[in-house]
Design a protein around this ligand. Structure first.
Ligand code: PAF
Length: 284
């Protein structure tokens, strides 16, 4: 049976009863199969004796546009059913006042890695993400926390924060889950019309084309991906090849692997995705 707590004091009481290792999956709810993969990985990491905690909190600090925050789905009954089915022990779903009782005075500065790509197009986003993640870590004190690889820059920044601040938590990542047509699962996909979804499919196709050109170097990778986007008439906010550890741009060459990342708006819906580009795998 999955327990639901909504306040810090209820959380503190329930946390005392959880057996280690405690594995946290931080989410904003509207759970889909991509989240289910995170929950399963968390359950496996916790083992039969450990505990899985899911946080569900639509964090206002990481949203730029008020309209985007307002329309973000919040289907708590559905989310509880998913957590229950995946063997979650505890859900922490606080209201905004519980996380931000006052105006947040101190926030986490994501540094230079947080100013490129997502950071450039969504100013303040990563400060909001890292601030809430650090707060969730302080309140829940997990031994392990699980994040999805679809939000690759977020993952790299969370790892950097944990490292730089010596936060006692181990970070695990889970591969992106895709729909049957290749589109990466996202809570935002529900906003796409049928026509928009057809256009959006250029994103995974572009990533695949880029990955297939891996043996020919960065320019070929970016060129192959760009051609697919051009053919679909999709102008990305960014398309870049980066080092997955620090998000530095890969311009001339890469030895082992790089990450091809993309963000594009399809109608009103902003989508991001990425794929590993393995140079040597493609050479073989
Ligand atoms: O990836 C998300 O869903 C959010 O950015 C997170 C990590 C739950 C922080 O609000």
């Amino acid at each position: 049976m999955t327990a639901l707590v909504t306040t810090r004091s209820e959380l503190a009481t329930s946390r005392r009863e959880l057996s280690a290792p405690v594995v946290l999956v931080p989410t904003m709810g509207a759970l889909h199969d991509g989240h289910r993969a995170l929950l399963r990985s968390a359950r496996a990491a916790a083992g039969p004796g450990g505990s899985v905690v899911v946080s569900i909190f639509v964090n206002p600090l990481q949203f730029g546009e008020a309209a985007d925050l307002e329309r973000y789905p919040r289907p708590l009954a559905h989310d509880m059913a998913v957590c229950e089915a995946e063997g979650t022990d505890l859900v922490f779903a606080p209201p905004v006042e519980e996380i931000y009782p006052e105006q947040q005075r101190v926030t986490v500065d994501p540094g230079s890695m947080g100013t490129v790509l997502e950071g450039e197009f969504r100013p303040g986003h990563f400060a909001g993400v890292l601030t809430v993640v650090l707060k969730l870590f302080s309140l829940i004190r997990p031994d392990i926390a699980v994040f999805g690889e679809k939000d690759a820059q977020q993952l790299a920044l969370v790892r950097a924060m944990v490292d730089d601040f010596a936060v006692p938590v181990s970070i695990r990542s889970v591969a992106t889950v895709r729909d049957h047509d290749g589109l990466a699962l996202s809570s935002r996909n529900r906003f796409l019309s049928q026509d928009e979804r057809r256009v959006a499919l250029a994103i995974p196709r572009a990533l695949l084309a880029g990955a297939e050109a891996a043996g020919h170097g960065p320019k070929a990778v970016l060129g192959a991906a760009q051609r697919v986007l051009d053919d679909a008439g999709l102008k990305p906010e960014y398309l870049a090849l980066v080092d997955p550890g620090n998000f530095a741009f890969v311009r001339d060459d890469y030895l082992d692997s790089a990450l091809l990342v993309i963000a594009a708006r399809v109608g009103q819906t902003r989508l991001i995705d990425n794929v590993r580009v393995e140079r040597h795998a493609a050479d073989n």
